[in-house]
Design a binder for this molecule. Sequence first.
Ligand SMILES: C[S@@+](CC[C@H](N)C(=O)[O-])C[C@H]1O[C@@H](n2cnc3c(N)ncnc32)[C@H](O)[C@@H]1O
Length: 222
Amino acid sequence: MSDPTPDGWRALDRYFTDTLVGAEPGLDQAVRDQADAGMPAIEVAPVNGKFLHLLARIAGARRVLEIGTLGGYSTIWLARALPEGGRVVTIEAEPANAAVARASIDRAGVGALVDIRVGRGEHVLPTLAGEEPFDLVFIDADKESGALYLDWAARLGHPGTVVVVDNVGRAGRVADPGDTSAQVEGTRRALELLASDPRFEATALQTLDAKGWDGIAVALVV
Ligand SMILES: C[S@@+](CC[C@H](N)C(=O)[O-])C[C@H]1O[C@@H](n2cnc3c(N)ncnc32)[C@H](O)[C@@H]1O
């Protein structure tokens, strides 16, 4: 098998997306509204959104925690996976992003399941400590704080909680010792914590989708 060319992997991602994800009006509109509001197109790719959705269903998740809402695209995918009475608590630092997300989530019909907490993760996470534990945690905010967010994921989860960390590949830069950018260093600290912290069992997968070459870490709280 030959290595993928950009044209080749984009065509395959389109094929997977068209074949297995298809048009999703509420989700597609959320992406358009995010663009119209001038927000960056840094939501997960459709195949990854559906992956999160399926993972939540496979895990039988009832309570989901997301760090990094943006325009609510991944939030809608996650909320659609929940049973009646389920909840997504999603944390977003930028009030303007949270407002766009709120409108898109409501229009997608899952507003009653989603609680958006506006503030920085480091400030909001401690306020969740008294709540019922989360069954799935999706970490997709500032990459510098990945290790801090993982520590909170373990504290706010329970044995069996699934944790997903986005953007752990960064086009291969995470494996380049010469790259000492804050985002890459933060990602390495997060992966090292997953490797050394006895609260987790983890692995990571490279991804090559509409968003380029990256990766996700998947962990279980043990
Ligand atoms: C990659 S985007 C999230 C994408 C979203 N999960 C999706 O796939 O649709 C990251 C988001 O995290 C937010 N963010 C950045 N730093 C943050 C922090 N310290 N606390 C909470 N949110 C933060 C950004 O404002 C941005 O909206």
